[in-house]
Design a protein around this ligand. Structure first.
Ligand SMILES: [Ca+2]
Ligand SMILES: [Ca+2]
Length: 345
């Protein structure tokens, strides 16, 4: 016999409206809106090993998972899983790509203790070793806890209306459980075979809401920004504009190209010596005015002009400053003031 699943409205949740986390940070994976609606437990009162987990899809640039964050229990007025209860968090890979965590392998685990039970506060459990996936990978992340009785354990967000942005439920949340009645021993859930549990792993929609509704667990992930880097290519790196009589000018092109994997943000063309010697001009060309950016694989051309006002050799070093290391995007311009000029330096 499967147990009935308790569902309790979290009456205090409204108190957290103004304080819950806002928009999803770039380095965070989440399905919830920051305010739980329900605390979920199992009945009747006996020993349980409960697993609850969310499905996430790895985004490009945030492939490394560093921590699993969980909020516990229902409201402060509810009977919640006690603070201090040992808890394990896991990250699974959907190795057979079916979107279901039935027999998928655990790739990382962390252990800790329940805290802030009954609130919307997330407790962070850092993985001992960060896990790096590939963009598009399907993973699961969640918690397993053993307990006795009928407390509210897992916190669920059932709507997307508490705060912007919305997080509509999308069948990304699952639950599984083992149970025992003392003195029979409780067999902890095998996280590598959630489908073998007494309550085999099932969607929240099926297990809690009879197929008619849905919700998302208050389970999030921290990721590191492993976004790519820009790789500037400047061509040519030295442009000799030749011998030009004072009063005349010569022009050329310096190409900027981003061969990297993240946008190249270009701030300034910084000359040395500074300010730009009057014999030289760097014009926007096809690059447009600064600041501007070049997407990976994109390029543009600067127009450069040499118009000497006097005899002799002229040169300037121009650094393209932005989100690249100093010295990585530099070009030199040089030219010769005409030999027969009668101008002045
Ligand atoms: Ca909510
Ligand atoms: Ca699977």
């Amino acid at each position: 016999m499967f147990p009935l699943l308790l569902r309790h409205t979290s009456r205090l949740s409204v108190l957290f409206l103004g304080f819950a986390a806002g928009a999803e940070a770039a380095n965070e994976y989440r399905l919830d809106d920051g305010v739980k609606e329900l605390g979920i437990g199992l009945q009747p009162s006996r020993q349980y090993s409960l697993a609850w987990l969310n499905r996430f899809v790895i985004r490009s640039g945030y492939e490394t998972i560093t921590a699993v964050n969980v909020a516990f229990g229902g409201s402060l007025l509810a009977s919640n899983i006690p603070n201090g209860t040992p808890v394990a968090v896991h990250v699974w890979l959907d190795s057979n790509l079916d979107g279901l965590p039935d027999h998928d392998p655990v790739l990382a685990t962390a252990t800790g203790f329940v805290a802030n039970s009954g609130t919307n506060t997330f407790n962070s459990y850092a993985l001992l070793q960060p896990l790096t996936f590939q963009a598009g990978d399907i993973i699961f992340a969640g918690a397993i806890v053993a307990y006795t009785g009928m407390p509210q354990v897992a916190a669920i967000d059932t709507d997307g209306t508490d705060e912007p942005p919305t997080y509509p439920p999308n069948d990304h949340s699952f639950i599984a459980a083992n149970w025992a009645t003392p003195p029979a021993p409780l067999t902890p859930i095998d996280p590598n075979h959630l489908a073998w549990a007494d309550l085999p792993v099932a969607t929240v929609r099926a297990a809690l809401f009879g197929g008619t509704s849905d919700g998302n667990w208050m389970i999030r992930l921290d990721a590191t920004g492993t976004a790519g880097t820009p790789l500037p290519v400047v061509s040519p790196t030295t442009l000799d504009l030749g011998s030009v009589d004072p009063g005349s000018s010569a022009s050329g092109i310096v190409s900027l190209f981003n061969a990297g994997t993240a946008a190249w943000h270009i701030q300034l063309y910084a000359p040395t010596p500074s300010p730009m010697p009057p014999a030289f001009q760097v014009l926007d060309g096809t690059c447009g005015p600064v600041p501007h950016q070049l997407a990976p694989g994109a390029g543009c051309n600067l127009d450069v002009v040499f118009a000497p006002v006097g005899y002799g050799s002229h040169s300037v070093l121009v650094e393209v400053t932005g989100n690249t290391p100093p010295g990585s995007a530099v070009f030199a311009l040089k030219g010769q003031g005409g030999l027969f000029a009668d101008g002045f330096e």
